[in-house]
Design a protein around this ligand. Structure first.
Ligand SMILES: Cc1cc2nc3c(=O)[nH]c(=O)nc-3n(C[C@H](O)[C@H](O)[C@H](O)COP(=O)(O)OP(=O)(O)OC[C@H]3O[C@@H](n4cnc5c(N)ncnc54)[C@H](O)[C@@H]3O)c2cc1C
Length: 460
């Protein structure tokens, strides 16, 4: 970018957050340039097509929790490739006693389910009468759920759910930071059950969807379609193999040191890189507190194991989203997602595609097992839980040594240090999935919020 051009806003990191943000700024007519360390774009979002299977390396689907998503897709011209998950995706399973139990979808199903004992169901009736927690206390999710809903609900609903979303542990995660809506329900309505009913009415007014009721979606060629469309829209405003190494103030903006390049000037800088990468940056201004805070965010490892079968070896189709495994069941995997039941074209006609997740905060060492051991463990669990005996025709392992940031107890203080750093250095913004939610939908929402802040500050 030469000085003949207006000094751009620099976006560091080309995951879904950085690319969406850059696209939004670009659309507002602001000069922008994205710098990405890797040769490819998308960060954790990546899809490949192999031997007739569609293989997701990271996220498999997203949830339509906000209308901003469809607006973005329409603007990018990829609405036609958009695909909701099949209606069968409502069927979700949790393992108990070595069997798959359907997650009850309503009060009648809850009464009949074998997933919870009669005592646990009765315990739910007490929920509306349990008082609020002190709003100043950063309670962990396990205490919150046990206090409000009882131990069994924690073990067989929340624990597997948390490993499905965060690959995390309920006793580590802060309810307020990791599940802010749950915390708000208690604070606002004094009860999750009352809040779920009243909150639904308010969301309808705002045209928003709760994470429980939002539909899952992807694109015909997988989530990478979003990354490809964002990349197309930005064209040569994205530089790959351009890792940021250093950053210092210069004039009214910043000077960026990028590996293998002459220093670049930027009027504002938005970092959308993982929290642990800040340690390696040379930063020429005081933000030691923020760096210390970011270094404390734990990212557990996860192994994603894709299993593709050209012919479905089961006598029945797998109809559902997949299953999750509570920690109490003491198994070697976190759960499995049934790709070919969710979206079209995930496996050749008559075939089967599923993805197994291993490791996370629960069993970090499992994610790092050698390939043979990992595949043996996955095969044993699939045989036991689904009766799926043959080895897959296509198996692929993707390891994420630092997969998902954990919003642990104390996360708000850490984010306070980040806010402080931004306040002291106008023009500097720290974003990405350690802030504002880890889901793809939350990343898109955060990108919108960041774009508004950057554009507002530059206009001001
Ligand atoms: C295994 C897995 C499964 C998931 N499943 C789901 C799911 O099913 N649904 C869902 O909604 N979410 C899911 N998520 C979460 C979601 O995918 C992520 O939170 C989201 O994609 C993060 O996007 P991001 O842009 O914030 O960060 P990232 O994707 O991490 O992108 C950051 C980018 O910054 C780059 N970078 C790093 N350092 C530098 C540097 N110094 N200079 C320049 N660039 C740099 C990186 O190379 C990377 O491209 C999953 C995540 C994982 C890991």
């Amino acid at each position: 970018m030469s000085d003949a051009h207006p000094t751009p806003v620099a976006v560091i990191g080309a995951g879904v957050t950085g690319l969406t943000l850059a696209h939004l700024l670009d659309r507002q007519g602001l000069p922008v340039c994205v710098y990405e360390a890797q040769a490819r774009l998308g960060g954790t979002m990546r899809t490949s097509r192999e031997e007739g299977f569609l293989v997701e390396h990271g996220p498999n689907s997203a949830q339509e929790t906000t209308p901003l998503l469809r607006q973005l897709f329409a603007g990018l011209g990829i609405d036609g490739q958009f695909e909701y998950a099949a209606p069968a995706s409502k069927n979700r399973y949790v393992v108990r006693g070595g069997r798959l139990h359907a997650v009850p979808l309503g009060p009648t199903a809850l009464l009949g389910t074998g997933l919870f004992s009669g005592r646990a169901k009765l315990r739910l009736l007490a929920e509306p009468f349990i008082g609020r927690a002190n709003p100043d206390e950063d309670e962990d999710l396990a205490h919150f759920v046990e206090r409000r809903l009882g131990r069994e609900f924690l073990d067989y609903a929340i624990d597997p759910f948390v490993s499905g979303v965060f690959a995390g542990l309920p006793e580590k995660l802060s309810v307020r930071s990791a599940f802010p809506r749950l915390w708000e329900l208690e604070q606002r309505y004094g009860s999750l059950i009352k809040g779920a009913i009243l909150g639904a009415r308010e969301r309808r007014k705002r045209q928003e969807q709760s994470k429980q009721s939002a539909q899952s979606f992807s694109f015909r060629e997988g989530l990478q379609a979003l990354i490809d469309a964002l990349a197309r829209s930005l064209g040569d405003k994205v530089r790959t193999r351009a890792p940021l190494r250093g950053l210092r103030p210069e004039g009214a903006g910043f000077s960026l040191e990028l590996e293998g390049q002459a220093p670049v000037r930027a009027r504002a800088v938005v970092l959308t890189i993982p929290a642990y990468t800040y340690e390696g940056l040379e930063i020429g201004f005081d933000c030691a507190e923020a760096r210390r805070a970011l270094a404390q965010i734990y990212y557990p490892p996860v192994a994603v194991v894709f299993c593709g079968y050209r012919r479905n070896p089961l006598a029945r189709p797998l109809n559902g989203f997949g299953f999750l495994v509570p920690r109490r069941e003491q198994r070697q995997i976190l759960g499995s997602l049934w790709n070919s039941s969710l979206f079209s074209g995930r496996a050749p006609e008559g075939g089967l595609a599923l993805t197994v997740f291993v490791g996370g905060s629960r069993q970090p060492e499992h994610a790092l097992w050698p390939e043979d051991r990992l595949m043996d463990a996955v095969a044993a669990e699939l045989k036991d839980l689904l009766g799926l005996a043959p080895r897959p025709d296509l198996q692929r392992i993707f390891r994420w040594p630092r997969a998902i940031p954990q919003y642990q107890v104390g996360h708000r203080q850490l984010m306070g240090a980040v806010e402080d750093c931004e306040a002291r250095h106008p023009g500097l913004y720290l974003g990405g999935n350690f802030r504002g939610g880890i889901s793809v939908a939350d990343c898109v929402k955060s990108a919108h919020a960041l774009a508004d802040r950057v554009a507002g500050a530059l206009a001001g």
